[in-house]
Design a protein around this ligand. Structure first.
Ligand SMILES: *Cc1c(COP(=O)(O)O)cnc(C)c1O
Length: 455
């Protein structure tokens, strides 16, 4: 076992490929369905809003996909990201557990999201697209795509969930600096936005509404495509650089994780770290090799994996997206305005949902207060001020370490620290001044929500 606390890779060790779990699934994914005809979706159905190379990746049966040279040139600006052993946190917890974290906050946008933003901008540019439209929750995805579009000489339009637009003006300005146009969603710029505003003038917005706006924008402009920062197979595919690097770094540390943890919004940082370990689990079924437990952590305010139904549902409020089989709280669910804006999505990645359903991944949910308590403890021991989203993973890692202490046994914990919280200081102020409220799941009858006759 290594004495070090920080594990770094050379540029030449950045993985040359993204790894795809689709061909190794024990049962295939349920096919996405066309929103109008309910027939299985064809690649051509997606062509109005996505470039063909990304559509092919969405359904690819190749185990590995080469990372294009131009994408790699940009990855090298901040990749490989560091892996740390959280020795100060371990000491504070007085635990026999070893806690490792893969830190994705070193990217220019401050999270894991540029890993896919760069790839998506690249493939769209190659397809002759001039502008990308997207939604953003906390602003992390919007910033990542603004940066990526700027680097590839494209325009970017971002529909930013109203509550975050108001809570995080500096995220918006960051997007403006990188050249993007940003609208608060629901906005007056689309039919979907205007419909929501007519019924609910004070709507705090949701990712479901903002997705409708961005998809509508892309579908009604020939030179514009849509870009999604999470949920889809190709997005999780691009994020697998995280887990591949982490495996090399854990080997440098001389340890193997017993448990792998990530926070869960739509599934991209979680999938990025976890999917290479999921492949180990699937292989372990055949050859009995050691493979870790894998845990996805979400807020109780928006508990798709732990309280949702595994069913076909739309990805957005206006039902413009395909129907996908996933854990969902219903496409019209508007979660409370918690500070982990990036985790306020009613649905979940179909791929991760499938793996949860198969029992390969466990879901876990926390309320805001214990999450912020862990975030502050982390900042005060490890120094890094974490994003509220990422702090869900910290909470779960801390609880795993405390359980190890209770049981008096060793455990190796690996989690993804998906981003820093430098734009979330208003949330920290609320927490430190005792004003932060704890939201539980507001409760709803999901079967009723999904009994929509048009669904
Ligand atoms: C967007 C975001 C998330 C949630 O999205 P996933 O696709 O579930 O990863 C988590 N952490 C950070 C820092 C984010 O920016």
């Amino acid at each position: 076992m290594s004495e070090h606390s920080k594990f770094l890779l050379a540029d030449s060790q950045i993985p040359p490929v993204w790894v795809n779990v689709l061909p190794d699934l024990p049962e295939p994914l349920a096919p996405p369905l066309h929103p109008a005809t309910r027939a299985p979706l064809t690649p051509q159905d997606l062509a109005p809003i996505f470039p063909m190379e990304l559509i092919q990746q969405e359904f690819s049966t190749q185990r590995e996909i080469d990372i294009p040279g131009e994408v790699m040139d940009i990855y090298r600006l901040w990749r490989a990201t560091p892996l740390y052993r959280a020795r100060q946190l371990e000491k504070a917890l007085d635990t026999p557990a070893h806690i490792y974290y893969k830190y994705e906050g070193t990217s220019p946008a401050g999270s894991h999201k540029p890993n896919t933003a760069i790839a998506q901008a690249y493939y769209n540019k190659r397809a002759g697209i001039r502008r990308l439209a997207t939604e953003t929750g906390a602003g992390q995805w919007g910033s990542a795509l603004s940066l990526a579009c700027q680097l590839f000489g494209m325009e970017c339009t971002v529909y930013m969930v109203r509550v975050s637009y108001d809570q995080k003006p500096y995220r918006r300005m960051m997007m403006n600096v990188w050249g993007a146009e940003v609208f608060a969603s629901p906005s007056q710029h689309t039919n979907s936005g205007r419909a929501v505003l007519a019924a609910h003038p004070d709507s705090p917005g949701s990712l479901g509404i903002a997705i409708s706006e961005a998809v509508e924008d892309a579908a009604t402009h020939d030179d514009t495509n849509y870009s999604l920062g999470s949920v889809l197979n190709h997005v999780l595919l691009h994020q697998t650089v995280i887990g591949q690097e982490a495996k090399l770094q854990m080997a440098m540390a001389g340890e193997e994780p017993d448990v792998v943890i990530g926070c869960f919004g739509g599934g991209s940082n979680f999938g990025g770290l976890a999917l290479p370990y999921v492949l180990d689990r699937l292989a372990a079924r055949k050859d009995g090799r050691k493979a870790p437990r894998i845990v996805a952590v979400e807020p109780t305010a928006c508990p798709s994996l732990t309280r949702g139904s595994f069913a076909y549902d739309f990805g957005d409020l206006a039902k413009l997206t395909p129907l996908v089989k996933m854990y969902t709280l219903g496409h019209d669910f508007v979660p409370p305005g918690i500070h982990a804006g990036g985790l306020r999505y009613h649905g979940a990645s179909p791929l991760i949902s499938h793996l949860v359903h198969l029992g390969e991944i466990d879901g876990k949910a926390y309320t805001q207060l214990p999450v912020f308590q862990a975030a502050v403890q982390f900042a005060r021991t490890e120094g890094i001020l974490p994003a509220p989203e990422s702090s869900h993973a910290i909470r779960a890692a801390v609880d795993e370490a405390l359980a190890a202490k209770e049981e008096g046994r060793h455990k190796t914990i690996l989690f993804c620290l998906s981003g820093h919280g430098h734009f979330d200081l208003a949330a920290y102020e609320n927490y430190l001044s005792g004003k932060l409220q704890d939201y539980a799941y507001p409760g709803r009858n999901i079967d009723e929500a999904l009994a929509d006759p048009t669904l």
